[in-house]
Each structure stands twice: as C-alpha cells, then as structure tokens.
Design a protein around this ligand. Sequence first.
Ligand code: FAD
Ligand code: EPU
Length: 340
Amino acid sequence: MQVHQNYQLKKYNTFGIDATAKYFATFSSIDEFQEILDHPGAVTSNRKLILGGGSNILFVQDFNGIILKNNIRGISISAEDDEYVYVNAAAGENWHELVTYCVERNFGGIENLSLIPGNTGAAPMQNIGAYGVELADVFYDLRAFHIHDKKIIKFFAADCAFGYRDSVFKKKYKEQFAILDITLRLSKKPLLNISYAALQNELEKIDVSELTVKIISQTVINIRKSKLPDPGQIGNAGSFFKNPEIPAEKHEELLSKFPGIVSYPLPNGNSKLAAAWLIEQCGYKGFRRGDAGCHEKQALVLVNYGNATGKELYRLSEEILLSVLKKFNVQLEREVNIIN
Ligand code: FAD
Ligand code: EPU
C-alpha cells in the first residue's frame, strides 16, 4: 500500500487534464482499502474521491483531498437457473471487458452497452446507457463500502433510484460509498433490443439470417467508433450534457419555431431533445478556443485538443449552457461529474 502526495492526474482522466491530487492511492482489495483509509493522508482529507477509469469526470482545479483508485478485479458467475445467469464483476474490471466476457458466452442484456469506456464500479453511478439499453435493465444488486461508517451495504435495484444517467450515488450518497462489485442478471435466451433507430439502420445493411448478441455488440462498436472521438487521440468524457426532457406544450412551442428540432417522445408524454442539435444550432459544433473545443462530428462532446485546463473546459460548458438557454429557453444539465 502506497499513498502518493501531489500526484499527477493527467493519465487518470480521459479529458487529459493536468491536475494534481494532494493524496493518491490505489487499492486491489477491501483490506487494502481499509488500510488506506487509516493512513494520515486519508484521515486528514475531508474529501475522498473514488476513481475508476476517469472517463466521466472533469477536474476544474487540483484536488485537495485523497483520490482512491479502485483496482479490485474478478468476474464470476454467482448463480444461474434455466433462464438467467447472474454475473458478478468487481468494480475495477474494465466495463467493455465485462461486456466481452458476457457476449462470448452468449449471455444477453449488455451487448448494446459495448465499448462504453470506464470501469464496472462506475456503471451504476450514472446508470450508463446506450443504444436503447440502460444498466438498470439488467442490474440485480451491488455491494458498496460506506467510507465513513466502514460498513458494507447491499443495494438492490429499488434502492438505487436509477434514472436517466442518474442514481442515489450521484446525488443523495455522493462521495459516500465505494462501490465494490455489481451483479447483473443476464438472459440465457437473449431477447435482442434493436429499438434504437441508428442501430436498426446499421443492422439493415448487414446480410445475416439470424441476429445474435455478438452481431449486436459488433454493430454497436462500429457505430460508436464512427461517431465518437477516441479519448486516446483527443481528450474527452463522452456526452458533456444530458439530453433534456421537456413537457409536451414546450415541445409544441419549440417545434413551431424550429421545425427541424430533433426530439424523441417519452412514455410519460414528455419529449427528450437531442442536446447535440441544440448546441449545433447555437454554432458550437467544431468550435475551438485555445485547446478547449466542441467536437466537429458530435456537438455534445467537449474536447481537449492538448493543453486545455479544466477551468477552460468548464467555462466553455457554461457558455454553451447560456447560449442554449437564450436561443431555446431550455436548460441543459451537465452529465460529466465536475470535480472542484
Ligand atoms: P470515473 O470517471 O472514474 O468516475 C465517474 C464518477 O463515478 C465519479 O464521480 C467517481 O467518483 C464515481 N465512481 C467511479 N467508480 C466508483 C466506485 N467504484 N464507487 C463509487 N463511485 C465511483 N456513458 C454512458 O452512459 N453511455 C455512453 O454511451 C458513453 N459513452 C462514452 C464515450 C466516450 C468516448 C467517453 C470518454 C465516455 C462515455 N461515457 C458514456 C461516459 C463514461 O464512460 C461512463 O460514465 C463510465 O461509466 C465512467 O466510468 P469510469 O470508471 O471512467 O468512471
Ligand atoms: N445530432 C446533431 N448534431 C451533432 C450530433 C448529433 O444534431 O453534432 C443529432 C442527430 O440528429 C442525431 C441525434 O442528435 O440523430 C442524436 O445523436 P446520437 O445518436 O449521436 O446520440 P446522442 O443523443 O448525442 C446519446 C447518449 C450517448 C449514447 C448515444 C447512443 C446522452 C447524453 N448521450 O447521445 O451517451 O452513446 O445516445 O445511445 O444521453 C455518454 O453518455 O457519454 C454518451 C456518449
């Protein structure tokens, strides 16, 4: 166990922000985690941030606390019956490697979530979602360690308050728990979800007699590679904002003023707007100031072309928020976790 001081975080966040942490340590077991919590660096730090792959955070300044990087590994089948298999994965497992493990065994349910960066422990944090599927659809339970009470608590789906890119861990229990592992309930007789238009369109181009989880996974990988910037090439954290939900009357009003507006009906009668479209209409697609910018192919993704600071990216996000509010009277909400 080693606790580093004034530790450089550039390679620990996919935005590639050059910030430091007052203290930094990695842990590969619960015992090691508890040992670090007893270290003076942790005891004297008011803020304790659990870190996964760093693909959904923006450091806007140096972190004046301890960062604890969760490297607990392991994937196993914890139970099964005729229909379902329960796959348990430790928080430090790479999410896409877990998807690959399941796809190779034909366990259905997370193939649409292929190639989402980051680690398994962060997946419930914001209820990751893509191509018509959310983690909540297959989530069974998780174990989390309460950082102050030092107790392990089990959460079932009903305890997590999952919403669109939301959960209790993002709001009510923010920075209180270290998620240790999660269990997913996956199907042995996969029911494929091809409801998402972009996925359906891509599948129509492929000549196959029968769709499989493997084909869905590969198709999602292909779409993602063609649309989203690779953080290995350009710093980014995926969608910077959520797609806003608005009531029917507001949608009618916007549609009459902006007939091209991109929206999706929701079961509750509201509509979800494509934030990328709103941002593009405000002229930010491909915008660049210094090294902070808005991606040229996907307006919802803010990018660091090299040496942008967290503050510069945050300021750009503020400018975009205000611009969208002024033009459409729609309030965007950040999806990325802002770390002050
Ligand atoms: P981190 O960035 O390390 O952490 C995110 C937050 O979770 C932080 O607040 C952190 O403190 C907390 N956290 C992390 N691990 C734990 C833990 N074990 N216990 C408690 N708290 C923890 N997301 C989607 O939903 N759908 C997408 O399609 C998608 N596409 C993306 C594409 C790109 C190119 C990129 C860069 C990101 C994308 N994302 C997407 C966002 C990101 O991949 C997910 O949010 C992912 O789950 C973050 O995982 P991470 O391990 O990197 O989390
Ligand atoms: N669009 C524009 N301009 C752009 C890009 C897109 O007008 O620059 C319009 C297009 O009409 C397009 C629509 O926006 O049809 C939606 O775009 P896309 O399919 O790329 O999806 P998105 O709404 O931008 C969401 C998620 C992604 C997820 C994809 C696929 C959010 C905030 N983002 O993006 O998640 O991968 O759908 O399901 O919900 C993430 O969370 O980091 C993330 C990447």
